[in-house]
Design a protein around this ligand. Structure first.
Ligand code: DAH
Length: 338
């Protein structure tokens, strides 16, 4: 006559081998091997058995546990495989696939990437700021008077809540200085917005690379050297660079930068490309009062800043006749730059 433990083992094996889903299998495991399962109950009883019985029952118990554990594993494997093949049955592998369409970088992105790569080699890090910003970041902190024409609603897009679409990327200068003490060496590529009459050369959205370098003893020589190097790397060694005195509220002195180069395909004509200058002490003061310290002490630190227009450059280098093409998402246009 088989021992009751052997009967129990056989019952367990049959339950496990016939389980038709994972839930049934799990409840069988609990029923036999769980903390109050019937096989576990036998181990509890061991201590009540006689000396003679104990080794016999111990051996049977071990065998039962090993057999049941192995069966559980095997059945689990079987159920998982069944589930998988059921799922695969619904897929028709003879159907043609959906080809992934390969995208490409927008010509403006390519232009910005090229410029950013050159500045990175000179140790500039990339900084960012929001396109929607406050008047303080766009104008006040940049020493721009309350009655400055750039603030006019005719020139700037204001949101109903008083915020605006940044009219230049110079906002990122302020955000960067607010978040970290000098030395600072960053560029900020990004979009800017103005209420321009839209035509082949004017768009309400355009792109700039802002730059800011603040440290002890930064001079105009550093400004000129940095920008000349950048422009020659970008446009070729024959590039001539001209710094023309100008006015910007946030720099003193200020310049506009013109370039002449074969790559620009305009003969002897200069192209106006950027604004730049030495950071105005009033900008440092604004930053200090926002920071609540004197980290940008204008007696100790100087800096240069610049803002490069990228759209016109991309138009010339990629032979694009109309600035509106940048924003129209016409694949016939975009594919040409893939
Ligand atoms: N923000 C100016 C513009 O959009 C460009 C500019 C001029 C940026 C001088 C600068 C700067 O950082 O120093 O016209």
């Amino acid at each position: 006559m088989p021992h009751p433990l052997e009967d129990l083992r056989d019952a367990a094996l049959s339950d496990i081998n016939t389980a038709s889903d994972e839930q049934t299998l799990e409840s069988a495991r609990v029923r036999y091997l769980g903390r109050s399962g019937s096989i576990s109950a036998w181990s509890e009883q061991m201590k009540t058995l006689s000396k003679e019985e104990r080794p016999i029952v111990g051996k049977l118990l071990n065998q039962a546990r090993t057999a049941v554990t192995a069966a559980l594993e095997e059945s689990g494997e079987r159920l998982r495989a069944e589930k998988e093949s059921r799922a695969l049955q619904d897929i028709d592998i003879s159907l043609p696939g959906t080809p992934a369409e390969l995208g490409a970088l927008h010509p403006l992105t390519q232009m910005l990437d090229r410029a950013v790569a050159i500045f990175r080699r000179m140790g500039f890090a990339v900084a960012e700021g929001p396109d929607v910003d406050t008047e303080w970041y766009c104008f006040d902190a940049l020493n721009t008077a309350p009655d400055h024409p750039a603030r006019n609603e005719q020139d700037t897009f204001y949101l109903p809540d008083g915020r605006l679409l940044r009219t230049h990327t110079s906002t990122v200068q302020i955000r960067t200085m607010q978040s970290a003490p000098p030395p600072i060496r960053v560029i900020a590529p990004g979009a800017a917005y103005r209420r321009d009459e839209v035509d082949a050369t004017h768009s309400a959205q355009f792109h700039q690379i802002e730059g800011l370098y603040v440290d002890k003893n930064v001079s105009i020589a550093d400004l000129k050297g940095t920008l000349e190097f950048f422009l020659r790397e970008l446009l070729g060694a024959d590039t001539e660079v001209r710094f023309r005195p100008h006015f910007f509220p946030f720099t003193e002195p200020s310049f506009e930068i013109d370039v002449k180069s074969k790559a620009l395909k305009r003969g002897e004509k200069w192209l106006e490309l950027a604004g730049c200058g030495m950071v105005h002490p009033a900008v440092f003061e604004q930053v200090n009062s926002a920071r609540g310290d004197n980290a940008y002490d204008p007696e100790k630190y100087t800096g240069f800043a610049f803002g490069l227009g990228m759209d016109r450059l991309a138009m010339i280098l990629f032979d694009i006749p109309d600035i509106r093409l940048f924003a129209q998402n016409d694949l016939r246009f975009l594919r040409q730059f893939a």
